[in-house]
Design a protein around this ligand. Structure first.
Ligand SMILES: [Zn+2]
Length: 178
């Protein structure tokens, strides 16, 4: 297991449509372990594989004791609209109100390749939608108005986090969300 560097806004892999995985194998197992370790080190609540440079449809979520993996997740049902503040481990120190579905039903494989159905609302539903967006090459900035997106992109460029290699070496001291 290893804590991996996190790809930041500007890294092309964050814009890739991640590839579906055939089945859970040892590579996937190792990737999932690394994702959990990296998410915990960064004190996030979710992390998608392309955030560590691997464009495969795998993400992990960790909300207190509710920790699970999403492999090839598909949203089956969604309901309601809810707006709340969001951040992203790939865009440190930038936050915005994002509107998403209040509740969702998702089907995904777990690390053993077993199909699981997850019903979620509130923060859990929000984090899952945020991670599935990552797998589709989307960031929360894309869900904002063009004006708000421009303002935050400008703020990002001035923030000092917009480094040429678009990589963040995670230390347990760094913080934020998903
Ligand atoms: Zn994110």
């Amino acid at each position: 297991m290893a804590v991996l560097p996190i790809h930041l806004l500007g890294s092309p892999v964050l814009r890739e449509q991640s590839a579906t995985i055939d089945s859970a194998d040892n590579n996937t197992r190792e990737l999932v372990a690394d994702l959990f370790e990296t998410m915990d080190a960064a004190e996030g609540v979710g992390l998608a594989a392309n955030q560590v440079g691997i464009a495969r449809r795998v993400a992990v979520v960790g909300l207190d004791d509710d920790r699970f993996v999403l492999i090839n997740p598909v949203v089956l049902e969604s309901d309601g609209k809810d707006t709340a503040e969001e951040g992203c481990l790939s865009i440190p120190d930038i936050y915005a109100d994002v509107t998403r579905c209040t509740s969702i039903v998702v089907e995904a494989l777990d690390v053993d390749g077993k199909r699981q159905r997850i019903e979620a609302d509130g923060l859990k539903a929000r984090v899952i939608q945020h991670e599935i967006d990552h797998l589709d090459g989307l960031l929360f900035l894309d869900r904002l108005s063009p004006f708000k997106r421009r303002v935050l992109t400008k703020r990002w460029k001035k923030s000092g986090n917009d480094t040429p290699n678009h990589l963040l070496d995670v230390t347990p001291a760094s913080k934020t969300s998903g």
